[in-house]
Design a protein around this ligand. Structure first.
Ligand code: SF4
Length: 237
């Protein structure tokens, strides 16, 4: 993929059509860098949206708070409602018990997505949203099929709720996600979220003689001063 900027201000966004032509969507969000571009894409198509932040998988608590606050900061800026759902991490640990050593994109992640989307679909059903989706799918670290399977399964539990399986990476979405993250100087997390992903990413880095993850200190765009031609999203490698 080209690393040439698409031009955030001038880019002609595609007109998106939600399932059943729905005019409002409940958007599960995992973090500001992933959510930013998805939110703007939905907004540009004239579709009303509410961002639903339910991520009990993010540990430790200060990491969770920073990611949540970054997402809320951008929602406030864009005038998009932000729902701050529970941080019921004890339930999360209970659900993934026995899957601690699964690799990223494995069964633990399926359980993790299921839990987050089940809560999203329940809120949608209770609050009158007919369509849900998630920003998780824009990340190249994620398995789109796995995410969509979980989303569809969660939505199917509630009559009248559909999961929108749009691939947010396409039509320039991935590239614009990075450009927007730099422009907004979003916090740049270096692991997926759970303690197991933190452990495994650090193990991987150690095995290659690289520095361990430094949490809470890295923001998109800061590296450009020294490495202007490097795609900073690659820091999780
Ligand atoms: S690696 Fe990410 S998606 Fe998988 S269980 Fe951990 S937080 Fe959830």
């Amino acid at each position: 993929m080209s690393s040439q900027p698409l031009g955030l201000e001038n880019y002609q966004r595609p007109q998106l059509v939600a399932p059943q032509g729905a005019r409002k969507v409940l958007l599960h969000s995992c973090c500001a860098p992933c959510a930013g571009e998805v939110m703007l894409a939905v907004q540009a198509s004239g579709i009303e949206q509410t961002v639903f932040f339910y991520n009990p998988n993010i540990h430790p608590a200060e990491e969770y708070m920073l990611r949540k606050n970054e997402n809320k900061r951008f929602c406030d800026k864009q005038g998009i409602p932000f729902v701050d759902a529970d941080y019921d991490k004890d339930n999360w640990f209970e659900r993934v018990r026995g899957l601690e050593n699964e690799p990223e994109r494995g069964q633990r992640c399926t359980v993790c997505f299921d839990m987050r989307f089940e809560r999203t679909a329940l809120y949608a059903s209770e609050q009158g949203f007919s369509v849900i989706s998630s920003t998780l799918g824009i990340s190249r670290w994620k398995n789109m099929e796995q995410i969509n399977d979980c989303g569809l399964r969660a939505a199917a539990r509630h009559e009248g709720v559909d999961y929108w399986t749009l691939n947010w990476r396409k039509q320039g979405g991935s590239q614009r996600m990075i450009e927007l993250a730099r422009k907004e100087a979003f916090y740049q997390q270096e692991y997926c979220g759970c303690v197991y992903s933190l452990r495994d990413t650090n193990r991987y880095r150690l095995s290659r003689g690289r520095d361990l993850i430094k949490r809470l200190v890295k923001f998109y765009g800061a590296e450009e001063k020294n490495e202007s031609d490097r795609l900073i999203v690659s820091s999780r490698d």
